[in-house]
Write a protein that binds this ligand. Structure first.
Ligand SMILES: O=C[C@H](O)COP(=O)(O)O
Length: 271
């Protein structure tokens, strides 16, 4: 699916809301209904910006029923998956269960998984493989911490995470992959990487993919920015020609705010 928004995008922007460990299944229905109504009222054109939510696992069946029952255009995904398909892995969730629940996407290697649960690039690579086995599109999260940024090593660090996480993927898989650049120091802190920082990293990721694969493949991969994104800064962030969307945490829990981010074209800064 491709669209032209203000002429700078040839990839459909993806506005993704990661609810993290918020919203029980009843609250999820209320939030998603409100989001869909708000977007409908605003006559949101989903071909110009795809809208996805990432609720907790326990909400997914309720979200599926609502999306199917009300024929919503919002798509959804899970926040993590196991690299295994089934077996004695207590507490883990298989990609095959997520596929059966109608998930389109799955987050892989979110910084909270990497820092709190110690996930490595190798595990992310295995999880991407599991996502592919079950027809899920991985949203691979990469990004540096504050110390790395202050040392000026953020590009090298992030590209190393990228290479380690996508090792062995063929070009077709890389073209459909979504990469979310999330500087850890900007997550949930109110600190936002400047639009220039988001574009710098998105361009570096795309150049790396072009080097590892080819220009045509790299031109298809969608690259998002995440870290304290909100309606007031989404337009500026999405001005970056390599930035194809945002992965939103806190602001995605407010239907009006998140809908406003999805309608970022209203906030685009024009010369
Ligand atoms: O997945 C989302 C990111 O961690 C960003 O979270 P945030 O928007 O609350 O900073």
């Amino acid at each position: 699916m491709t669209s032209q928004t203000n002429g700078q995008f040839d990839r459909t922007p993806l506005i993704a809301g990661n609810w993290k460990m918020n919203m029980d299944h009843a609250q999820a229905i209320t939030l998603l209904q409100k989001l869909a109504w708000t977007l409908d009222d605003a006559k949101h054109d989903y071909s110009r910006a795809e809208v996805a939510v990432f609720p907790p696992f326990t909400d997914l069946r309720s979200v599926q029923s609502l999306v199917d029952g009300d024929d919503l255009r919002v798509v959804y995904g899970a926040q993590d998956l196991s690299d295994k398909d089934s077996g004695a892995y207590t507490g883990d969730i298989s990609g095959q269960f997520l596929a059966k629940l109608g998930c389109t996407y799955v987050l892989v290697g979110h910084s909270e998984r990497r820092t709190i649960h110690g996930e490595t690039d190798e595990q992310c690579n295995a999880k991407i493989g599991a996502a592919h086995r079950h027809g899920l599109v991985p949203v691979l999260c990469v990004g540096e911490g504050l110390e790395v940024r202050q040392a000026g090593e953020h590009v090298a660090f992030t590209l190393e995470q990228l290479r380690g996480s996508i090792a062995g993927l063929d070009a077709e898989r890389v073209a459909e992959l979504v990469v979310a650049y999330e500087p850890v120091w900007a997550i949930g802190t109110g600190e936002v990487a400047g639009p220039g920082d988001a574009q710098e990293m998105a361009a570096a990721i795309r150049a790396e993919l072009a080097g590892l694969y080819d220009e045509a493949t790299a031109a298809k991969t969608r690259i998002l920015y995440g870290g304290s994104a909100k309606a007031a800064n989404a337009g500026a962030i999405l001005q970056g020609k390599d930035v194809d969307g945002v992965l939103v945490g806190g602001a995605s829990l407010d239907a009006q705010e998140f809908a406003s981010i999805a309608r970022f074209e209203q906030h685009l800064v024009t010369d």
